[in-house]
Design a protein around this ligand. Sequence first.
Ligand code: WTA
Length: 657
Amino acid sequence: MTEQSPALDNLLTESRTFPPSEEFAGQANAKAELYATADADREQFWAGQAERLSWDTKWSQVLDWTNAPFAKWFVGGKLNVAYNCVDRHVESGHGDQVAIHWVGEPGDTRDITYAQLKDEVSKAANALASLGVVAGDVVAIQLQMLPEAIFAMLACARIGALHSVVFGGFSPTALRARVDDAAAKIVITSDGQYRRGKAAPMKANVDEALQGAETVQKVIVVKRTGSDLEGETPWTEGRDLWWHELVDGQSAEHKPEAFDAEHPLFILYTSGTTGKPKGILHTSGGYLTQTAYTHNVVFDHKPGEDVYWCTADIGWITGHSYIVYGPLANRVTQVVYEGTPNTPHEGRHWEIIQKYKVSIYYTAPTLIRTFMKWGDDIPAKYDLSSLRVLGSVGEPINPEAWIWYREKIGADKTPIVDTWWQTETGAIMISPLPGVTSAKPGSAQRALPGISAKVVDDTGTEVPHGGGGYLVLDKPWPSMLRGVWGDEERFRDTYWSRFSEQGYYFAGDGAKYDQDGDIWLLGRVDDVMNVSGHRISTTEVESALVSHPTVAEAAVVGATDPTTGQGIVAFVILRGNAVDGGDDAVQELRNHVAKEIGPIAKPRQIMVVAELPKTRSGKIMRRLLRDVAENRQIGDVTTLADSSVMDLISSGLNSGK
Ligand code: WTA
């Protein structure tokens, strides 16, 4: 635990608590007894939660863990995930309920009812089937926040194809790596996307990515910005198809087939400690059960009454689990917003909340801190009185941001749920329950009913209250990952080898218990950075840097950043050992990383150095570099092969190089 940022330790001096109001508690979906009920018989508890869904065939066994760490949940059960998210709501008489209030960045809007959603998903499913897509095929989707992104995901689910959604901001290289790894047959994208008021091309990037990609047979293009804005949309005859030409004319009738509870639902890539992203595999029945259950109890969602808004992008797990699957399974009415929070003005989110009377709002600490920076007067101009639950996800939320969120956005009364989970966990694992938990700003607090988490030391022994160590999940859960696509060894190594004796899942996060036994998350303990809630591995950025012809060697660290949580700081040695990088050279390297991975990976700072601090075995000591990046006194250097290196780095930097 030597590697964690000192800023996070401040979390532990926070001692305020916010008990739920009686009024909220009285109407809450979650009751305190849930913990004891779940503890008494976990499998029985999860069987009860699975009853939230409509099954074509009921399961014969709740959990099969005999082939651990490969879990099987709801063995023998069959269901159709898209049917559960769409059709059944129409069949139960809610076809006219709005499922999606979509808001485009330029101000255009679309309201889509469940009946319309059913038609759109069915047409898209027929369209994919007409191209020969069958159950088990992989469809890559790189789309911004358009209704078609949701239609496409649900259409895949409906026919049993796996989607692999690639964040719209990822570079062609990153898209190609994901397309190849999963052997995607179809790619769905758009002509262009609006970003901060401007139309940026998308299809051109996809074309660049797909040059020579052998597995891709068709590219389906949603028309969004219109080709007149940026010239002709590049087109490959025979491969490319417009979404509207392909989908609009299809029949709106499509019979959903029931698939096995363990049928794969999607792959989603996430950064690991090596340069190569991991394709996290999720399956159907357990995933939908846990996303629906958590969306219901953690957000206190009331179908037909609440208006919900999760501000994540569908390119990340939060978008999958808390825009698409959990909420739609629960018959949500939700806002989906295409654009950035400050376009055309910094009150955009509050304006949308006021207009649609949003009652549940789920966002990330980095955005909350940005709102704080923009000023209290901005939200104060809007009527936010519809809000009744606020959520946070993606990184530890600092108590100041938590308090600001509650006071300025939540009228000093809404519960805040600080939800800890991961791409791999599929759904929320640790979170307060609104109406039950006395909230503590900065702490995710306690594993949800049905979930078990522990903080353990190096040997896997649980630490006492007040102690710190590693967060582990010691019992299987329904929405757990079922593997890393095509790489069983990496799955075992990354998550199950650290505490193999105990059979614990190693989350890669540091954590502490407070005196009450509540859990405080302290950030990653591996080489994964968390920048604005996005996971980026240090190795990934290092590989991008050394792929530039001027760079000989690179080391990357995540340094504490007041807005983005962590900022990427790179130390590079130039070829020929030139020490004067110059502003242009540094700028070029920053842009090079953005081009290789995507703008989210652009280093905040690049320092040109003559040497890197290494141990005798040649391992870069990132801890020392982090000290430099955070302007701290440099820590223990005794394990360095050459202890003068740090002096060299510090003096070079002090002289402004
Ligand atoms: C971090 C996002 C503290 C953590 C859902 C985890 C958090 C990683 C929290 C997963 C939280 C997420 N408090 N840290 N409430 N939520 N994290 O896969 O380090 O994009 O391991 O999933 O984000 O990021 P991922």
